[in-house]
Design a protein around this ligand. Structure first.
Ligand SMILES: [Zn+2]
Length: 231
C-alpha cells in the first residue's frame, strides 16, 4: 500500500496533473479543479434568482421556465481556461464534473423539479467526429448522474454547421440559425419538461434555435443550464 502510494507520488511528480482553472499542480485528492478554484470561481448564483442575466438574455425570444449558468465568463479568467479544456483539450471528465456541480445548484431550486429529459445542444456530426466528443453531452451526463434523469441524444439533431455568431447582428444571427436544428424523434418529446444543456451562453442564438424547434414538437416546459455566461 505504502509502495503504491509512493509510486503514485512519483508518477505525480513526473507527470503532474494541473488544475483546469488556474494551471497550478493538483494535490493527490484533487481532480480537474483545485480547492482554491472550487472556492474562488465566479459563481453566478442564478439558481437563487429567476430574473438572472442569463434568463433575461432570452426574454422575449424563448418562453423558458428557468435558465441557469454556473459561472461568469470573462476573457483571461479561470472560466475561460475551464471552457478551453472542456472543448479543445479532450477533458470529458471535466465536463462530467461541471455537470455534477450544475446539478447541485438545480437541486436547490424548485423551478427545476420534474425534469423528464436532459438534451445536450448537438454538434454537427462532422465537428463531433473531429473533436471526438460533444462537450455538452459530457455536461449533460454529469447532471443526469445526480438528478437520475435520462439523457437523450437522438431526438434533437444538428443539420448545418454554423459560422461564428459573434460578429453578426442580432437579425443575421437569427437568420443564420434558422433550420440548423431539427427533431428526429418527435414522440419522445411530447408533453415533456426538457433541460437543454450547453457549455456557454453568449448571444443565446443557439439555445433560442434549439428551444424553438423543441417547442414546435410539443414539449411542455423548457429549462436551460450551461456552465458559463458571457456578460
Ligand atoms: Zn485551480
Amino acid at each position: 500500500m505504502l509502495f503504491k502510494c509512493l509510486l503514485g507520488d512519483l508518477f505525480g511528480l513526473l507527470f503532474p496533473d494541473l488544475c483546469c482553472g488556474c494551471g497550478n499542480y493538483l494535490y493527490q485528492a484533487e481532480r480537474q479543479l483545485c480547492t482554491v478554484c472550487l472556492h474562488q470561481l465566479p459563481y453566478t448564483d442564478h439558481h437563487l434568482h429567476a430574473a438572472n442575466k442569463a434568463a433575461r438574455q432570452l426574454w422575449g425570444r424563448l418562453p423558458c421556465n428557468a435558465v441557469l449558468s454556473l459561472l461568469y465568463f470573462k476573457k483571461g479568467s479561470r472560466t475561460q481556461s475551464i471552457i478551453h479544456h472542456l472543448k479543445y483539450k479532450g477533458r470529458k471528465d471535466l465536463g462530467v464534473k461541471l455537470g455534477n456541480m450544475i446539478a447541485q445548484k438545480l437541486l436547490m431550486s424548485a423551478a427545476y423539479e420534474g425534469i423528464d429529459l436532459i438534451i445536450p445542444v448537438p454538434l454537427h456530426l462532422s465537428r463531433e467526429r473531429r473533436r471526438g466528443y460533444n462537450q455538452s453531452l459530457c455536461i449533460a451526463e454529469g447532471i443526469a448522474a445526480v438528478l437520475k434523469v435520462p439523457v437523450n441524444t437522438n431526438s434533437l439533431i444538428r443539420k448545418k454547421i454554423t459560422a461564428s455568431q459573434t460578429k453578426k447582428s442580432r437579425y443575421n444571427r437569427f437568420e443564420n440559425m434558422q433550420q440548423v436544428f431539427s427533431v428526429a424523434d418527435k414522440q419522445i418529446l411530447n408533453d415533456k419538461h426538457i433541460l437543454l444543456v450547453d457549455d456557454v451562453i453568449t448571444t443565446g442564438a443557439t439555445l433560442e434555435a434549439c428551444g424553438m424547434v423543441l417547442f414546435e414538437n410539443n414539449i411542455s416546459k423548457l429549462s436551460i443550464a450551461t456552465v458559463a455566461f458571457a456578460e
